[in-house]
Write a protein that binds this ligand. Structure first.
Ligand code: FAD
Length: 505
């Protein structure tokens, strides 16, 4: 078996730690969240010093990590784009276009000078006496150890480990003679011509990759254990075409389209809760006519979970269904028994021949970028901590995190959380406070702690695999999270930051 190469970090030995200085705000992560956080910070507090650290070789987070053929958004870019920066392209965008959009934000805001790539944050220690975080960093290129300090830590690290994708081990993998690839580490020189490719997985990644490679490979088989929901909207939004044809300012088009998409997401999120059976039927029936005559929709396209308990995979213009109709791709729904020398054997006894196997099997979830946190010398055990509105953590001073939506575009929450953090920093300044800590009130002492995600609500595999290492939520506000945008866009701008759950010193 050949697997794709991993990056090597030179060992630097017992090098002296280099003091990298103090910044007012230290942002971890240069993806959609970190770049958005930096924009809002600069906008509201032009005098504050800050830096953005990212472990990867380049900015972009998810869109830098995932560069497999066909990688694209599965949200519309009017809501996946920021509130403050109009999206000028088609509704669904390729990964490269999203990187281009982020680069424009970086250029327009002059953020480039503050982004330090190949800087992996390994530890963060809060000192109440010094009122600051000390942040330990390892450089990815030289292995050198750096030490930053900061008054406020803004974690924008995303939710999964970018360096180690999730790949289950199957029996016989070592005897497989072909190549095994993970979409998170796609080799640039992978030659697909004339190859039989098996893509293991049924989520958004499989759905975008398969149409992109189906014309190049000899044949592509999507091998799924169980089906996912799909929806096939057009890539181009007619309303955007009309507005652009009328020469309406791009800012207006952006705002109008945002409202259109947000109202659609509202409907989808509400219907998934209130009328899941109707939504289930709607989704299945919308893909049926796109499939070849007599296709076994019940077996291959009828999920066992409720819509939106996991993300709905978007198939713009139905391109996945097109390659199925053309016979360039096919689907097997079964469990893998073992890899063989030349393919994969499934429970039915069938052996699917393969030269290349793509494991589109998802992520290893990572809690706050695997940073080891301590507060006044005490290691932080996140499993015993509670979220404050999905933005801060109980007992962790001067630390906020940006985590987006699963059911709406992630970025809608980036703008909302940034507004709240801005208000928080302004309130601290007005109060003359140097420390803010989410703290359970006496009336919260007996609060029932609940898992990070209620499986009835959202149960994607990568979340369920990692619930045991995640922080908790309570049974009441503000100690809960996973509210939808429909509620949060009303609640967050009005949150009383002086309600006794945030303690200022
Ligand atoms: C292929 C794919 C398509 C997606 N499409 C959509 C979509 O269409 N719509 C949607 O809403 N969501 C989508 N998502 C979810 C997506 O992850 C979010 O939309 C968004 O990109 C997350 O941005 P982020 O900046 O919070 O995190 P990330 O993009 O994960 O970036 C976090 C960055 O932080 C860095 N980092 C982490 N830990 C450390 C550390 N310890 N030290 C230094 N740096 C660190 C990482 O290197 C990374 O660069 C998609 C996800 C994938 C994988």
């Amino acid at each position: 078996m050949t697997t794709t190469a991993s990056t090597t970090v030179p060992a630097y030995g017992a090098e002296e730690v280099q003091d990298a200085g103090y910044v007012d705000v230290l942002i971890v992560g240069a993806g959609v969240s970190g770049i958005g956080a930096a924009h809002h910070l600069r906008d509201q507090f032009p005098d504050r010093t800050f830096v953005i650290l990212d472990a990867q070789d380049n900015r972009g987070g998810t869109w830098w990590t995932h560069r497999y053929p066909g990688v694209r958004s599965d949200s519309d870019l009017f809501t996946y784009g920021y509130r403050f920066k109009p999206w000028r392209g088609a509704s669904i965008a390729a990964g490269e276009e999203i990187l281009g959009y982020l680069d424009e934000v970086i250029d327009e805001d002059g953020l480039g000078q503050y982004i330090r790539c190949r800087h992996r944050v390994t530890a963060a220690s809060w000192s109440t006496e010094d009122r600051r975080w000390t942040v330990e960093v390892t450089r990815g290129d030289t292995g050198r150890q750096l030490r930053f300090s900061t008054g406020f830590l803004w974690m924008c690290q995303g939710y999964y480990n970018h360096a180690k994708p999730y790949r289950p081990q199957w029996e016989g993998m070592d005897r497989f003679q072909g190549t095994v690839v993970h979409p998170q580490r796609w080799p640039e020189d992978l030659d697909l011509a004339g190859k039989r490719v098996v893509v293991i997985g049924s989520g958004a990644t499989a759905a975008t990759l398969i149409p992109a490679i189906a014309g190049k490979a000899d044949h592509v088989t999507m091998l799924q254990r169980s089906p996912s929901y799909y929806f096939a909207p057009p890539t181009t939004n007619e309303l955007a075409v009309t507005l652009r044809g009328l020469d309406v300012p791009e800012e207006w088009t952006h705002e109008i389209l945002r409202r259109q998409y947000i109202s659609q997401y509202d409907w989808l999120a509400r219907t998934s809760m209130e009328a899941p059976d109707e939504l289930h039927t709607f989704l299945i029936e919308s893909v049926r006519p796109l499939l070849p005559e007599g296709f076994d929709v019940e077996r291959h396209f009828t999920p066992r979970y409720r819509p939106w308990q996991q993300r709905i995979a978007i198939v713009p213009d139905g391109d996945l269904f097109e390659v199925l109709r053309e016979g360039k791709a096919s689907i097997v729904t079964d469990t893998i028994e073992a890899f063989t020398e030349h393919g994969i054997k499934v429970s039915s006894g069938e052996e699917i021949p393969a030269d290349i196997v793509v494991t589109a099997t998802g992520f290893n979830l990572s809690v706050f970028g695997d940073v080891a946190f301590t507060v006044d010398g005490e290691p932080v055990d996140f499993t015993r901590r509670v979220t404050w509105r999905g933005i801060m953590i109980s007992g962790l001073p001067n630390m906020a995190y940006t985590f987006g939506y699963f059911r709406y575009s992630w970025t809608l929450r980036v703008d909302l959380v940034s507004d709240l953090v801005g208000r928080l920093l302004a309130l601290m300044r007005d109060k003359g406070a140097t420390m803010v800590v989410p703290t359970l009130r006496p009336e919260d002492a007996d609060m029932q702690l609940r898992p990070w995600s209620d499986p009835e609500n959202f149960n994607a595999g990568y979340v369920m695999r990692s619930q045991h290492i995640l922080y908790k939520q309570g049974d009441r506000e503000p100690w809960s999270h996973m509210l939808e945008h429909e509620q949060e866009r009303e609640i967050l701008p009005e949150v009383d930051l002086d309600d006794g759950t945030l303690v200022y010193r």
